[in-house]
Design a protein around this ligand. Structure first.
Ligand SMILES: [Zn+2]
Ligand SMILES: [Zn+2]
Length: 208
């Protein structure tokens, strides 16, 4: 799609990246797919397809949906509007905001009793490398939407392993149990979203 130089908005590119990441996870069997996560991603992709179709071909995708599925499509659109919010300039599931906040409460990971400081967005080692000269981190992490200086959300593919310097998500380290891992796969109370984090000036770490 990108090579075909169709103009994609940032949000659409994000949806594609999410879809690609999701697909890779499935094909590599790297994650336990929780039913909820499948549904969230499905909603996101459906909404993306609908708006993409609308922009490229005019008209809603719903016009091409057989009558017997119209109600399902309408329900999906409805659910999407209920569950996804605009957060830091992008569309994210509302439960994510809480996870991101909660992840700020886990500054360290432990292995064999040794503490390792997690690396906040923008303080990854590669920013120090020569090839990064002239580059600065985006205001928000492309995967988890952490602001520069904030810790990444649980399972973010950008977070560096503080021990091996590679990707933390799926790294080989035998980390001790941590709230961070729990956040990545537990069930969350989605009702208590903290909207104050949304571009409020105080970062999440300063109000806990
Ligand atoms: Zn991140
Ligand atoms: Zn590691």
């Amino acid at each position: 799609l990108l090579a075909a130089s169709i103009a994609l908005g940032e949000e659409e590119q994000q949806a594609i990246r999410a879809a690609v990441k999701w697909r890779n996870n499935i094909t590599h069997y790297e994650v336990d797919l929780v039913a909820d996560e499948v549904r969230e991603n499905y909603l996101l992709i459906f909404e993306f397809l609908d708006s993409f179709h609308g922009e490229q071909f005019g008209g809603s995708l719903s016009e091409h949906i057989p009558d017997e599925h119209i109600q399902t499509a309408a329900d999906l659109t409805e659910q999407f509007k209920r569950e996804f919010i605009d957060f830091r300039g992008r569309t994210m599931h509302r439960a994510w905001v809480r996870k991101l906040v909660a992840a700020q409460r886990v500054p360290k990971l432990f292995l064999d009793g040794v503490a390792y400081e997690r690396r906040a967005w923008g303080s990854e080692l590669y920013w120090e490398q020569e090839y990064s000269n002239g580059f600065v981190p985006l205001p928000y992490c492309r995967d988890c939407a952490a602001r520069v200086g904030e810790l990444h959300g649980p399972g973010c593919c950008v977070e560096e392993c503080p021990r091996e310097n590679g990707q933390l998500f799926g790294c080989e380290c035998d980390w001790e149990p941590s709230e961070l891992w729990a956040l990545d796969d537990d069930e969350w109370d989605e009702d208590a979203v903290d909207p104050t984090l949304n571009d409020a000036d105080s970062s999440a770490s300063s109000d806990t």
